[in-house]
Design a binder for this molecule. Structure first.
Ligand code: CS2
Length: 496
């Protein structure tokens, strides 16, 4: 990593060296903690942390965030050396701007000190817990939402060992809070799950049952914990050496926790916070009774299209999403996916045009200053495809409609999972179900129909109504045959 010698490090002692418009709105350490956040990755730092800092700067409130990194110690170490400060660089073709954010009141590394995290969740000062831990950390069957504990989660839930998983930390923290008769709490999923509030409630309730939690404690959780649903949106690629170098150039000091993001951001939150919440409206968030229509809009018209661009782009050898969009005909195909399939699959929020939303999404994906790798978006497809694409297909079929373009996305994922790009280079399958997917592919006859048969049998990815639909099978098989025989470029050129 290129770090300039003698540049100094971002921290309270160097704040005065920052350009005035790069300084944080709050000094960390001056606002007491009211929020615990699980998942201290780039997305949280560029999204909820920014909203919360702006809300506190404009409306006050003791809502400092204690950020918990479940596994990786790196970000905790970087933030500890920087008095919990980090910067966000907002970038587009029009230019970029870097600002330090002072929303964090502290950090914890769960793997190193799980007891501290459990104690935090029980702390009376904490009234909101937010999560960005990625889809797979919930350990829920993507189709049914049922808890499918792996051995680590099972050990966390059924033994007294120090918890290392997200379900384990949550359960232990909530039980400690219940035992102390603590104040009520909102548990807020900010992950791209379908009905994320309901899924998180389901996770907690199933964890209590699986652990055999005593009824008075389980009853406290049922009565005192709310699970508001949310729609979160901002494109925030994984930070790279370039991100750190850009931040250093803008700030004049080194920031090893820097993140880069697009200018756009959106947050729709169900207003169900029994212990209060920051005045997030003052930072532009929308508080609502029902985030469902917004969430469906975003999962289908943004994330589904993102996955389409990621798989087709990676197969065609494109490194970033913006490069993928430059593939001839891809934008036309993605616009048809939105206009003909996504828009016909659900009722959007009142007054929103799905087609116009989709066009805005494509313009955001084309942002040349955001280097979002196709392989990053392609990760964990088994956890993402159901809510991003298969729900679109299921709803279209229930209405008696075809799902022409959505089936292309499924075929692109299957071809991606086979492991080779059009030029023969290897594609990595980073997925919690990689073993099952590989086993299904290895056992299948090497034909498009054989592949579809084998992978559609994975019930934790494909619901029966999609897997057993002959028209869907035929469309996916047709697209897969085209991709296998002719490649992405010719498939897109011939797409009708
Ligand atoms: C992306 C999302 O990595 C992915 O799967 O589709 O992280 C996407 O960038 C965000 O949801 C945008 O809000």
């Amino acid at each position: 990593m290129a770090v300039t010698v003698g540049a100094g490090r971002l921290g309270l002692g160097t704040l005065r060296r920052l350009p005035t418009d790069s300084r944080p709105l709050l000094r960390p350490g001056t606002v007491p903690a009211g929020i615990v956040h699980l998942g201290l990755g780039a997305f949280h730092r560029a999204h909820q942390a920014v909203y919360t800092e702006e809300a506190m700067a404009r409306a006050g409130g003791d809502w400092g965030i204690v950020g918990v990194a479940p596994r990786s110690p790196d970000v905790v170490a970087a933030l500890a050396a920087q008095d919990n400060l980090f910067s966000v660089t907002t970038t587009s073709a029009e230019g970029c701007h870097t600002r330090a954010v002072g929303a964090l009141a502290g950090t914890r590394h769960a793997a190193a000190d799980p007891a501290a995290v459990v104690a935090l969740l029980a702390d009376r000062a904490i009234r909101v817990v937010t999560l960005t831990v990625t889809e797979k950390a919930y350990q829920l069957d993507p189709v049914t939402g049922r808890l499918r504990p792996d051995p680590q989660v099972a050990a966390d839930l059924r033994t007294d060992r120090a918890p290392v998983t997200v379900p384990g930390l949550l359960l232990r923290g909530l039980l400690a809070r219940a035992a102390a008769q603590g104040p009520p709490l909102a548990l807020v999923s900010c992950d791209n799950l379908p009905a994320n509030g309901r899924r998180l409630r389901g996770l907690v309730e199933q964890s209590l049952a699986y652990a055999g939690a005593p009824e008075p404690l389980a009853g406290w959780v049922r009565g005192c914990v709310s699970f508001p649903g949310t729609m979160v949106d901002r494109i925030v690629p994984a930070s790279t050496a370039q991100t750190l170098a850009d931040a250093e150039r803008a700030l004049g000091v080194v920031d090893l926790a820097a993140v880069v993001a697009e200018p756009y951001r959106q947050w729709v939150v169900e207003d169900d916070f029994p212990g209060g919440r920051p005045d997030w409206e003052r930072a532009g968030a929308v508080l609502t009774d029902d985030a469902g229509p917004w969430e469906r809009l975003k999962l289908r018209a943004l994330n589904g299209v993102h996955s389409a661009a990621a798989y087709l782009g990676a197969l065609a050898g494109r490194e970033t999403i913006a490069d993928a969009l430059a593939l001839p005909h891809l934008t036309t195909v993605l616009r048809r996916l939105v206009a003909e399939d996504v828009a016909a699959s659900f009722d959007p929020p009142e007054g929103v045009s799905v087609v116009a939303y989709g066009d805005e999404v494509l313009a955001r994906f084309a942002n040349p200053a955001i280097h979002h790798r196709t392989l990053q978006v392609a990760m964990d497809g088994s956890q993402k495809l159901p809510q991003r694409v298969l729900h679109t297909i299921a709803d279209l079929r229930a209405a008696g409609r075809p799902a022409r373009w959505a089936t292309l996305v499924v075929a692109a994922w299957l071809r991606f999972a086979q492991g080779h790009a059009d030029d023969g280079s290897l594609l990595p399958l980073a997925d919690p179900l990689a073993g099952e997917i590989r086993a299904a592919l290895a056992a299948a006859p090497r034909t498009p129909a054989g592949t579809v048969d084998a992978v559609f049998a994975l019930r934790e990815v494909f619901p029966a109504e999609v897997a057993e639909d002959d028209e869907i099978r035929a469309d996916v098989t047709g697209w897969l045959a085209a991709l296998e025989h002719h490649g992405v470029a010719a498939t897109l050129a011939g797409a009708r």
